[in-house]
Design a binder for this molecule. Structure first.
Ligand SMILES: Cc1cc2nc3c(=O)[nH]c(=O)nc-3n(C[C@H](O)[C@H](O)[C@H](O)COP(=O)(O)O)c2cc1C
Ligand SMILES: CC(C)CC(=O)C(=O)O
Length: 346
């Protein structure tokens, strides 16, 4: 396998079509899903020459967590639909690649077991605030106790996106034997995930009161919200449209990045996900001001294709591509890229 695209093709062959469509699909007409990747294709790289950059640096430090490359594992649900080992395999591969895995609240392996399966892994935990705030707090406590080092609060989902592919397959629940293990509740079994339309800045304040973990706001698209996130104490913002799975026809994340970086004014790191498939994509996002990016579907494709090895290979491919692209651009480090590296062809 020599590219993320090849992994997607193999995953498609291996997966039940309903599960492939769950992973691959987007909301509505999938305009945003396509736009995310197209935005990277539209932007060109403009290399410098004779810069003497013999050794290149790929590592970054984010909220105190080190990553050997500026590519994180985005939180994606239901990994055991892709491979029996599920999130355990993903975490082992992330640990081997020395990068950060953001464990989804909707993981099919409990966060404690993910941590136990990969003791070296640096884990962050993604949270959907549940209307029962005491239950939400108990989930946060579990993530803390499991050793997660940041809380990634997803704010783009006051309701679940309408995804025609899921509707067509009637995919609305996990098969028998699988469930969202982080929603187990002593008294009532496993609770369903609820998307909270009432979620507000007040919930962020509450989370800040109950946990000392740094909080990343995931799903910020409007520059005003990015500014507000800083004022309300977010430790980082993640420019994300949920991989085109929530509100269709929102802009590609790469196209919004410069405005958000300007709005945040260096106060907190800006992360981005959506459509990253190549090392050159990573360089483009970093050139426009992201500190790092995250990949969702590429990791799922690796997992479905070959479990831990597949995820490991996907991460290795991205790492090698970044290193090569950085050298070809005449730059010595992912930390000091600037907008001069990219051109928008007229
Ligand atoms: C199958 C799938 C499941 C996802 N599950 C979650 C989730 O549980 N929580 C969350 O915040 N985002 C979730 N996302 C969104 C990802 O975190 C991320 O924003 C998106 O996948 C990035 O786009 P990409 O797939 O093009 O890399 C999911 C995405 C996919 C594809
Ligand atoms: C369980 C779902 C809410 C996970 C998700 O965020 C998604 O499928 O995009």
């Amino acid at each position: 396998m020599f590219s993320v695209r090849e992994f997607e093709a193999l995953a498609r062959e291996r997966l039940d079509p309903a599960h492939y469509d769950y992973f691959a699909g987007g909301a509505g007409d999938e305009v945003t899903l396509r736009a995310n990747e197209a935005a990277f294709e539209r932007l060109a790289l403009l290399p410098r020459v004779l810069t003497g950059a013999e050794k290149v640096r790929l590592d970054v430090t984010l909220l105190g967590s080190r990553a050997a490359m500026p590519v994180l594992v985005a939180p994606t649900a239901f990994h055991r639909l892709a491979h029996p080992e599920g999130e355990r395999a993903t975490a082992r591969a992330a640990a081997a690649a020395e990068t950060i895995m953001i464990v989804s609240m909707a993981s099919t392996v409990a966060v404690e077991e993910v941590a136990a399966a990969a003791p070296e892994a640096v884990l962050w935990f993604q949270l959907y605030v549940q209307p029962d705030l005491d239950f939400t707090e108990s989930i946060v406590r579990r993530a803390e106790a499991a050793g997660c080092r940041a809380l990634v609060v997803t704010v783009d989902s006051p309701a679940r996106g309408r995804r025609d592919r899921e509707l067509r397959h009637g995919f609305d629940d996990l098969p028998d034997g699988l469930c969202c293990e982080n929603l187990r509740d002593g008294d009532t079994g496993v609770r369903p995930i609820v998307m909270s339309p009432s979620i507000s800045w007040e919930h962020l304040h509450r989370l800040r009161r109950i946990t000392a973990l740094p909080i990343v706001l995931k799903g910020v698209l409007h520059p005003e919200d990015a500014r507000a996130a800083v004022l309300h104490g977010a430790a980082a913002v993640m420019v994300s449209n949920h991989g085109g799975r929530q509100l269709d026809t929102v802009p590609a994340t790469l196209d919004l990045l410069p405005e958000i970086v300007a709005a945040v004014c260096g106060a907190v790191p800006v992360l981005l996900d959506g459509g990253v498939r190549r090392g050159t994509d990573v360089l483009k996002a970093l050139a426009l001001g992201a500190t790092a990016v995250a990949v969702g579907r590429p990791v799922v494709w690796g997992l479905a294709a070959d479990g831990e090895r597949g995820v490991g290979r996907v991460l290795e491919l991205l790492r090698d591509e970044i290193e090569q692209a950085l050298m070809m651009c005449g730059r010595a480090s992912v930390r000091d890229l600037d907008p001069g590296l990219v051109r928008r062809p007229c």
